[in-house]
Write a protein that binds this ligand. Structure first.
Ligand code: MN
Length: 149
């Protein structure tokens, strides 16, 4: 999607104003995920996976499905820095994504399969557990997330 993984993230934010981390691309262990609940102009959940030195990110309006067979829309958003995995707080009015962010769940994941249009992984969180798939169904950034097991 981009050569500089965090360029879009940085360009959308003023770090003198928001308390979100500026962060950087890291080369380290890549096995955590987070789901952040975000009361922005539209309430949604942000699902993020540590991958390629950043947090690959999707906005999931209705949240990660708990039940096998449920499909939920997941819109891929800009890569976030790894340090965003711990972010909670209020993004000030006028800033991109203004509103409260709270961690809904966090844990480890195991990657099972990965290609350009499909990710399969097992989530081991406190609230969200099981095997999931993300499937890209429409360019440029429309995915579906569903529970396999
Ligand atoms: Mn968000």
């Amino acid at each position: 999607m981009e050569h500089k993984p965090l360029k879009e993230y940085w360009s959308k934010r003023d770090f003198k104003i928001t308390s979100e981390p500026k962060g950087k691309v890291l080369a380290k262990e890549m096995d955590r995920f987070v789901v952040q609940e975000h009361w922005a102009s539209h309430h949604h959940f942000d699902f993020r996976l540590e991958m390629d030195g950043v947090l690959k990110s999707w906005a999931v309006p209705k949240g990660i499905p708990y039940k096998k067979g449920l499909k939920r829309l997941a819109v891929q958003t800009e890569d976030h820095p790894i340090s965003y995995i711990d972010f909670e707080g209020e993004i000030p009015e006028g800033q991109y994504g203004a509103g409260v962010v709270k961690i809904f769940d966090k844990g480890k994941y195991k990657l099972i399969r990965r290609n350009e249009k499909n990710l399969v992984f097992k989530l081991e969180g406190e609230r969200i557990r099981g095997e999931y798939s993300l499937l890209k169904f429409k360019e440029p950034n429309q995915w579906l997330i569903f529970k396999l097991n």
